[in-house]
Design a protein around this ligand. Structure first.
Ligand code: MIC
Ligand code: SF4
Length: 648
């Protein structure tokens, strides 16, 4: 029986365990990427491991999330990251060079490699046939140090594509179509592997749009084979020699198959407030206030050129604003040189830096109660920075049509020809904003810059004999990491855990931090209770780290998303699920909770434990690998890793 492409690459990188879908395996990581918002903590943790160098083939530190620099905090983080990169042999992509995923795809991602990134959209690089996964910063720090990355050997979904996209229908619509089938929950432990004759019609940037948004389904990653299109892209990036052909075996078997005929896909949108809330654009006819083009999903050369061609010679209607954030400096320079930038400017677009910007709510927040059409990947309530805004996620052509007409409606009804833009045969290569690693001999003397906002990463103590405390918050289904640890205006506190912890659950319950802190000071452990898909969305480990700082010891949920569950373990918080889901409803909001014998249960490998909630017993499941149990007993991955190094 043949292998899927996913299994081939994972087997080649197997460092621990036996390959058996559903079981934990450890794999060797070839490349890592970090971005500034998660990177500062990741490198602080890397430093605490006491290593002298990185052990990966390539590690890149990007600065793309916090480039606005209101106040000193962001600039201090950037200076810290630059000095760390020099000290440890890491490439440093300077602020202004672009969004990590777009730049990594352009300059570094390679077929057949494994890439781990401290950002949930790292699977973007699956567009060139590599296994690219998002993880918490601490996992990335361990991988940089040469440690294996642990994941569940995935079940592989075959997304079989036939046909060709019709005019006005784009890769984004395919990503949204996949979301309409898979939804945003229930896909933990799966990988989407794209196959079929339809893939040959998709360029690498189009594929990357699709693998990028696979993150919203909760799959571990998404991957395309490495074929002629991959070669064309790598050659256009002057990296043709890095191409290798890669595909699944012809007799590979998949967990299940999803058939999509590209010629039947229509322009789609994700309606407020979830990327899984898919509707047909032709069923909408909405007045809009804002259009934002960009983000790591849709900010390639072709994306921006298409928008420029559509708006050329027209004027932005009054009452509508249009913002454009190019994905990389390469894209921005190309549109500057060929004149498309002036077409955008004369239409009335506001050009933002080549960075995440608006996508994470730290610029261009829309006005109260407005409708904003965005080409990004997440429209969780409040993520734009405006809690009352209604954000629709669409392709760039749908966004451009909305900017022209002031309406979110089917672009096929516009009386303009479809702009057929081709990917260039050669992109202009200028890597001068990427600082390469220093020669080894020069690294040791580099002084690390630490601004006053940069604190030590807090470390947890070992797991106590019993967890005894109170439910500090009970939340419902689909609570995202944006709800747990808001970004936007709060992003600048990422390096200052005591300060950032003041905002835990801010969008849901402004009093949480104060209450949890008071319970902690009274000697109680804090417990979080949640519904389905708790912790979906971003990889930000602060959604585990800050609750840990506030004394949270357990999360009891109907289900927890992959990256967040791993982050909880990494910070010594036990992820439990209900043995009987109906017990969720029985748990009173502020119940006193006791988990006697938790330490012993972890040591013994028990898969079920009884928790006492206001005295009555409920059964909880803890499906953890033996490695995860050891991490929890040690109080988290950092103490576990440091301890094991001492033993060796
Ligand atoms: C996001 O899109 O939510 C982010 C911001 O890129 C996060 C990372 C972070 O919180 O810093 C992600 O996707 O992992
Ligand atoms: Fe940046 Fe948005 Fe992509 Fe996250 S989703 S990496 S914030 S562009």
């Amino acid at each position: 029986m043949g292998y899927t492409l996913t299994e081939k690459i994972l087997r080649e990188h197997l460092a621990d365990g036996t390959y058996d879908p559903g079981k934990e395996i450890g794999i060797k990581i070839d490349q890592t990427l970090t971005q500034d918002a998660t990177g500062t903590m990741a490198y602080l943790q890397f430093e605490s491991m006491g290593l002298s160098d990185i052990s990966t083939e390539l590690s890149v530190s990007y600065v793309d999330h916090n480039t606005i620099q209101v106040g000193f905090e962001n600039a201090d983080d950037h200076a810290y990251l630059e000095s760390i990169a020099k000290r440890y042999g890491i490439h440093f992509s300077r602020p202004g060079n672009g969004i990590c995923h777009q730049v990594h795809l352009e300059r570094f991602a390679r077929p057949g490699k494994t890439l781990l990134g401290s950002d949930s959209h790292t699977p973007t690089a699956g567009g060139v046939g590599c296994i690219a996964m998002g993880a918490g910063g601490l996992d990335v720090a361990v991988a940089m140090g040469g440690g294996a990355y642990y994941l569940t050997a995935p079940r592989v979904i075959n997304v079989h594509l036939t046909g060709t996209l019709r005019p006005w229908v784009s890769a984004k619509d395919v990503a949204l179509k996949v979301l309409s089938h898979l939804t945003t929950k229930g896909n933990v432990g799966c990988v989407c592997e794209y196959t079929g004759p339809g893939i040959g019609n998709l360029t690498v940037p189009e594929r990357a749009t699709i693998t990028n948004m696979g993150a919203e389904t909760g799959v571990t990653t998404s991957i395309f084979p490495s074929d002629g299109q991959t070669r064309k892209f790598l050659e256009a990036q002057s990296r043709g020699s890095q191409w290798i052909p890669l595909a699944a075996d012809s007799d590979a078997t998949y967990d299940r198959t999803l058939e999509i005929d590209l010629s039947e896909v229509e322009p789609l949108a994700a309606a407020p407030h979830s990327p899984g809330n898919i509707v047909k654009v032709k069923d909408l006819n909405l007045a809009i206030d804002q259009v934002m083009i960009g983000s790591c999903t849709n900010s390639s050369y072709v994306d921006l050129m298409t928008v420029a061609a559509m708006v050329k010679g027209k004027h932005l209607p009054a009452g509508v604003s249009l913002g454009i954030a190019p994905g990389s400096r390469q894209v921005l320079m190309a549109i500057a040189e060929n004149g498309a930038l002036s077409d955008l400017l004369s239409f009335g677009a506001r050009i933002l830096e080549a960075s995440c910007g608006f996508c994470i709510g730290n610029s261009m927040s829309p006005c109260t109660d407005s409708v904003s059409v965005r080409t990004s990947n997440r429209n969780f309530k409040g993520r734009s920075g405006t809690p009352s805004a209604n954000v629709y996620l669409t392709s760039p052509v749908v966004g451009a049509a909305a900017a022209i007409t002031g309406k979110l409606k089917d672009p096929r009804d516009l009386d303009i020809p479809f702009p057929q833009i081709e990917m260039p045969e050669h992109f202009e290569i200028d890597d001068s904003m990427i600082i390469p690693p220093l020669p080894k001999a020069e690294r040791a003397n580099i002084k690390i810059c630490r601004g006053p906002n940069i604190g030590e990463p807090p470390v947890n103590g070992p797991m106590p004999e019993e967890i005894r405390g109170q439910i500090a918050i009970k939340v419902g289904d689909l609570v995202t990491t944006d709800h747990i640890m808001p970004a936007g205006a709060r992003l600048k506190y990422r390096s200052n855990v005591p300060k950032y912890s003041e905002f835990v659950f801010e969008p849901l319950d402004k009093d949480f931090s104060r209450r949890a802190s008071a319970l902690q000071q009274s000697g109680k452990h804090n417990i979080i209770v949640a519904g389905y898909s708790y912790g979906q969305g971003s990889s930000r480990e602060h959604a585990a780290l800050c609750p840990m700082y506030l004394g949270v010891k357990a999360v009891i949920a109907k289900s927890i998303e992959r990256i967040h569950a791993a982050n909880l373990v990494n910070f010594g918080i036990v992820p439990f699920s209900f043995a009987r889901e109906s017990d969720y409803d029985l748990l009173p909001d502020n119940a006193e909770i006791r988990l006697p014998g938790i330490r012993k249960a972890l040591q013994q490998g028990d898969e079920e434990i009884v928790a006492y909630a206001d005295g009555s017993g409920i059964s909880l499941k803890m499906l953890l690998s033996s490695r995860q149990r050891e991490i929890l007993l040690a109080g988290g991955l950092l103490p576990y890793t440091v301890e094991r190094r001492k033993v060796r």
